[in-house]
Ligand binder design. Structure first.
Ligand SMILES: Cc1ncc(COP(=O)(O)O)c(C=O)c1O
Length: 392
């Protein structure tokens, strides 16, 4: 059997840089303390690791201040904090049909008891791209949030957040970006993009371990955001109310210190590699995948933008007559290629591209450690499976 080829980086990146594992092991063996919970060296050093991680994240997304980054345990936690912390009864939200369930479900939960209303802006069925003007056409006088997925986890489509942010800012509507598939993959500048809230997982493109995530909150926005949870922070412990300063206002309870030690090392690795070079690498992978699969069989469909510049390296594919789950199973059993089949937690995205009835798609998602040889192997496997006569 060939060696395993991991093509599910949109779920979580693998492998992680060796420095990540080393940092986690060093934390576990040498520190093992909870940040802000003691004056002894180990607790102080753990606090320094968290501060370092926060600073690196702030630098990488060009945030004004490290304290405007709060840690969460995944991207869903960051999105829930942003959405439920901001919206009030009577508010209207504009989101897109390409959103992930970690945006759709909080919005539906708030809408279920009539508290809010949401409009989902359609995307182009061929590319999965949303038109910035259509976003603003959906705005109402009571619109209190525009929420846009930066890149689709189904089609890879990169949405025009740079065009949406500045207009939303002028119209004083908070702008939330779900950067689950772009943080660590494409350059992000929250200031030029005029983003108010940016949700990120630490465990995908940022290359950190599972159990890490973060939310950027633009300075001033923290006053408009209610914390979803309260608890101990190790600061102003004499007060029975949550501190109102950042980041403690949104970080009750003990941190995932071992995870954040890993994330800090991952971010250092990214800073050394640079986001620009990671994006170039990913563009080369996308270009190769699109070229190799374009020449293939008529029964193979690759969804999403055909121009690599308009996408990240997340590809939904389908072979006519083969169920997505069957294709994923064959990719693993025959070729040792790990993919993911189904709806990928984005039901409206499948409605958009017309793949709901067939049970979604099979998704191949590439990351920093994938090579052009990996892409060739995936393309060859898809070509061979597309050539199988399913009726024989
Ligand atoms: C676009 C998008 N948003 C949000 C999430 C949720 O991320 P997490 O699993 O870190 O909560 C994902 C996860 O796949 C995603 O792809």
């Amino acid at each position: 059997m060939p060696p395993r080829l991991y093509a599910d980086n949109a779920a979580t990146s693998f492998p992680k840089p060796p420095a990540v594992i080393n940092a986690m092991q060093a934390y576990a063996e040498e520190l093992g303390a909870s940040a802000g919970r003691g004056a002894y060296r180990e607790a102080v050093e753990t606090g320094e690791i968290l501060a370092d991680c926060r600073q690196r994240l702030a630098r990488l997304i060009h945030a004004e201040n490290a304290d405007n980054i709060i840690f969460t345990f995944n991207c869903s936690g960051a999105l829930n904090q942003a959405i439920k912390g901001l919206l009030c009864p009577g508010d209207h939200v504009v989101a897109t049909m390409m959103e992930h369930n970690s945006v759709l479900r909080p919005l539906h939960a708030l809408a279920a008891n009539g508290a809010i209303e949401a409009t989902y802006v359609p995307a182009d069925p061929a590319t999965g791209l949303v038109d910035a003007d259509a976003v603003f056409q959906a705005v109402r006088p009571n619109t209190r949030l525009i929420a846009v997925i930066h890149a689709s986890n189904v089609t890879g489509s990169l949405q025009p957040v740079e065009a949406i942010g500045p207009v939303a800012r002028r119209r004083k509507i908070p702008f939330l970006v779900d950067a689950a598939q772009t943080a660590g993959h494409v350059p992000i500048d929250v200031r030029t993009m005029a983003v108010d809230l940016l949700a990120m997982p630490g465990h995908k493109g940022w290359m950190g371990p599972l159990g890490t995530g973060a939310l950027y909150i633009r300075p001033g926005m923290e006053k408009r955001l209610r914390p979803l949870t309260e608890g101990g922070t190790g600061s102003v412990s004499e007060a029975p109310v949550q501190p109102d300063f950042m980041p403690d206002r949104f970080e009750p309870g003990s941190h995932n210190a071992i995870g954040l030690a890993g994330l800090a090392a991952a971010l250092q690795w990214i800073e050394t590699r640079t986001i620009e070079s990671l994006r170039s690498h990913e563009l080369a992978l996308s270009t190769r995948f699109l070229e190799r699969t374009a020449a293939g069989s008529d029964t193979l469909t690759i969804y999403g933008p055909q121009n690599p510049q308009d996408r990240v390296a997340v590809f939904s594919v389908c072979i006519e007559g083969m169920e997505p789950a069957e294709l994923a199973t064959l990719m693993e059993s025959e070729f040792r290629i790990l993919t993911r089949a189904g709806i990928h937690c984005a039901p409206f995205a499948h409605e958009t591209i017309g793949t709901t009835r067939q049970g979604g798609t099979t998704r191949l998602s590439f990351g920093a450690y994938n090579t052009l040889a990996d892409i060739d192997r995936c393309a060859e496997a898809l070509e061979m499976l597309a050539a199988v006569d399913l009726h024989a």
